[in-house]
Design a protein around this ligand. Structure first.
Ligand SMILES: Nc1ncnc2c1ncn2[C@@H]1O[C@H](COP(=O)(O)OP(=O)(O)O)[C@@H](O)[C@H]1O
Ligand SMILES: [Mg+2]
Length: 361
């Protein structure tokens, strides 16, 4: 793709802080108007990438493009970009209006007072805080402060909005509500959002594209469903959602894998592998559980060791001879106790072998 088709592009970008390589030879292209999430464990280089887009850090090697233009040497305030910081960095003793207007007042040539008032009003409306202009920051809840930080970034009409763990300080209920709102806001504004998070639920629920990172590198860039259903490697399979890892050997000629307990499964994608040791990755929700007495044959059998009741679902740890402990989740469809299996019971487990992913061991 040409840089013009993308709002953000990284070309072979490396960032070093002294001896630490925070970002290592990253290539990334984000289309205009996309909502992309940079997802990965703490320290993997997400914030560093965001700060290089914003112009608060500069690549040691490679180039960053924004809106088709090369940004090396372009200072932060000249980029068509605004950032919402992890700690909102609001002025606690100013009121909302003065916090939001702050950046506009620094512009030269000066904006007319009426223009500033109009744009602040518009930004507060976008984040549904109209009516709060005179409220002081320390009198507002965490969720409201989050909105002020958003309004302060949006008032500059950026073409790219950068958000660093914007919901981390909020409680679970509010976080879910803000996930909906951020998604709606992004659709309404049509500008590119780049969101940094270590929370997979946040990344999957809001974005069009998820960029999974580890140790300064990109492991996979794809839609949320693609990331979850077709993880590129074991790291992605483990980091996004839960995964059972089963040791196995693959027989490509027969299109089968043999698990450590001797059970052989026909798995079409085994044909594409080289013969040898592999890890089979199986999501906990693709395994169907039945009491052994009700089962009509089973791929695997085991004993329930733990159950975690989660209301609408349950998580089981099941000990399978020769394989170890498997995690299985089941949805509940009613309140019948018989839906739930008890610790100590033996169970039959079945799954579609096509749901198993195979990775080199
Ligand atoms: N200003 C800095 N000086 C030195 N090391 C840094 C600096 N900023 C980040 N790092 C290091 O770079 C790596 C990536 O950090 P960061 O991008 O903040 O990760 P993330 O946002 O994914 O948690 C970490 O090892 C971190 O300690
Ligand atoms: Mg960070």
């Amino acid at each position: 793709m040409t840089p013009a088709a993308n709002d953000i592009e990284f070309r072979s970008v490396t960032k070093r802080y002294g001896a630490v390589t925070a970002v290592s030879d990253i290539n990334l292209a984000v289309p205009k108007g996309a909502f992309v999430a940079l997802l990965g464990p703490s320290g993997c280089g997400k914030t560093t990438c965001l700060r290089m887009i914003g112009g608060f850090e500069h690549p040691s090697e490679g180039e960053v493009f924004v809106g088709g233009a090369e940004m090396n040497g372009v200072p932060a305030y000249r980029r068509p970009v605004n950032m919402v910081f992890q700690q909102y960095a609001l002025f606690p003793h100013f009121d909302v209006e003065n916090n939001v207007a702050y950046g506009l007042r620094q512009l030269r040539p000066r904006l007319a007072k009426a223009e500033i008032t109009r744009r602040v009003g518009e930004a507060l409306e976008m984040v549904r805080l109209d009516g709060y202009a005179k409220r002081r920051i320390h009198e507002m809840s965490g969720g409201q402060q989050q909105r002020v930080a958003l309004a302060r970034a949006l008032v500059n009409k950026p073409s790219v909005l950068l958000l660093d763990e914007p919901l981390a300080a909020l409680d679970k209920k509010l976080r879910t509500a803000m996930q909906f709102e951020l998604q709606t806001l992004q659709r309404e504004l049509g500008i590119t959002f780049v969101l940094v998070t270590h929370d997979q639920e946040e990344a999957l629920s809001m974005s069009d594209l998820v960029c999974v990172m580890n140790a300064g590198s990109i492991r996979q860039l794809a839609s949320p469903t693609e990331i979850y259903d077709r993880p590129a490697d074991l790291f992605v399979a483990d980091f996004v959602g839960k995964t059972n890892r089963l040791a196995a050997t693959v027989d490509p000629a027969n299109g089968s894998v043999t698990l450590a307990n001797g059970r052989t499964l026909a798995v079409a994608r085994a044909r594409a592998m080289g013969a040898g040791e592999v890890t089979v990755a199986l999501r906990p929700e693709v395994i169907r559980l039945a009491r052994t007495s009700n089962a009509n044959g089973a791929l695997l059998e085991g004993t329930v060791t733990h159950r975690i009741f989660l209301g609408s679902s349950a998580e089981y740890s099941i000990s399978v001879p020769g394989l170890g402990d498997l995690l299985v989740t089941t949805e509940r469809h009613g309140t019948a106790d018989s839906d739930l299996v008890e610790p100590g019971e033996t169970v039959a487990m079945n799954f579609d072998p096509g749901e198993a992913h195979i990775f080199p061991a």
